[in-house]
Write a protein that binds this ligand. Structure first.
Ligand code: FAD
Length: 369
């Protein structure tokens, strides 16, 4: 009889885990995922640009998983019984597992700012991108306020700054805390040159229809995009797993939370040598592949496992369709301008190619431009 592995979430981490588990003999994999396509989330800011299309950034699961033997349950996992090792879904299925990977990603963090939930539009997935896209007019008299000067906020400001009036608000005194100051200053200058109004060092106090109030200023807006970080989804909190001080499932250095249950991706708050590893698609894909391998080792009874310590190949941020900033080669080399943008585009292509290879699919797949 085959070993049953259930993977919850078909994002970067879930597909990374499946990629590794496919190598393990006598394993049957079930993916529980409500969406019809794998969302290439880091590409979504591009979908917001005038000629972008959200559908170009989705790879259909029926195509990806065809002829792989992997079952796709197109539903949302809603609860898990740890004693009987059963996952229940929104559509009423009960799925037994021997091993489980929780890779359902994160939710936008929405602090209790008056008006935020009513008027702020998060950008966390393809559905959010579709809703924002529907509201965009691509005219300079439409003002977009973006709150959050991290990776997402900066990329969206760059993509929308060409065709709209954009105001980017960040509570910290500088943009892009994940990058060194020199690179963050470059991003600042680049966005300024594009005409983006940059407001640093002020927190949002309240949001009303068409007016956002900060500590000292206020700005009118037509669309307010909230890019204020991520948090653990509520349904994960309700599972009764041990949680760390930030509310993430408390995992050991191998990603295991309780016996036979692992986390990966945004849900795994990874700390290596006392240093927090930022939640990115790159880390999610590596964590998923790693957790899949660990499960494979344990199924086959082979040992010699080393704990998860991702080696990052770089961090690249688009500043507009032609410019970018970041670093490559394990933190060694800063890159700016067209070369950074080209490397970022190349990394998107590499990921798609890797997917095609991992699932033995012809290139280009649907969803590939
Ligand atoms: C706008 C934006 C830009 C970004 N840009 C970059 C970038 O340039 N580079 C980078 O490295 N990272 C970037 N990131 C971060 C990156 O997208 C995430 O870190 C990454 O997607 C996390 O992967 P994951 O597999 O954990 O989650 P996801 O990729 O979000 O996948 C989670 C999946 O789980 C599914 N799911 C959710 N709930 C359930 C449930 N209850 N049951 C079953 N399935 C469920 C969802 O439908 C989804 O398909 C960006 C993020 C955003 C929002």
């Amino acid at each position: 009889m085959s070993v049953e592995v259930v993977v919850i979430g078909g994002g970067y981490a879930g597909l990374g885990a499946i990629g590794s588990l496919q190598e393990v003999p006598d394993v049957h994999i079930t993916l529980v995922e409500p969406g019809s396509g794998h969302q290439l989330i880091p590409e979504l800011p591009e979908a917001l640009a005038q000629h972008g299309l959200v559908s170009n950034h989705l790879v259909p699961y029926d195509q990806l998983l065809a002829d792989t033997g992997i079952s796709h349950i197109c539903s949302r996992a809603s609860s898990i019984d740890w004693d009987s090792r059963t996952v229940s879904t929104d559509s009423g299925q009960q799925l037994s597992y021997d091993w489980l990977v929780l890779a359902s990603g994160s939710d936008p963090s929405m602090p209790p700012i008056p008006g935020l939930r009513q008027y702020g539009r998060p950008l966390r997935d393809a559905a959010d991108a579709g809703r924002i896209k529907d509201a965009l007019r691509y005219q300079k008299d439409q003002r977009i306020v973006i709150v959050g000067g991290g990776l997402t906020g900066v990329e969206v400001a760059g993509m929308l700054g060409i065709d709209h009036e954009v105001v980017l608000i960040e509570a910290a005194p500088r943009l892009l805390p994940a990058l060194g100051k020199g690179l963050a200053d470059y991003a600042f200058r680049r966005l300024q040159r594009l005409g983006v109004i940059l407001v640093l060092g002020q927190k949002v106090q309240s949001i009303e229809p068409h007016l956002v109030t900060l500590e000292r200023d206020h700005y009118g807006y037509d669309i307010l995009i909230w890019a204020g970080g991520i948090t653990v989804p509520t349904w994960i909190h309700q599972l009764g797993l041990p949680l760390d001080s930030r509310g993430y499932p408390k995992a050991d250095p191998y990603g295991m939370v309780i016996d036979h249950v692992f986390v990966a991706g945004d849900l795994w708050h990874v700390v290596v040598d006392g240093q927090e590893i930022a939640a990115t698609a790159q880390v999610a894909a590596l964590a998923g592949a790693y957790v899949g391998e660990i499960i494979g080792h344990r199924i086959q009874g082979v040992g010699n496992e080393s704990s998860f310590a991702p080696r990052l190949r770089g961090m690249l941020i688009s500043l507009d369709p032609g410019q970018g900033v970041g670093w490559v080669l394990h933190g060694g080399i800063p890159v700016r301008g067209m070369s950074a943008r080209t490397l970022k585009a190349l990394s998107f292509h590499q990921y798609r190619l890797k997917l095609a290879r991992r699932f033995a699919k012809a290139w280009p797949m649907a969803g590939s431009e």
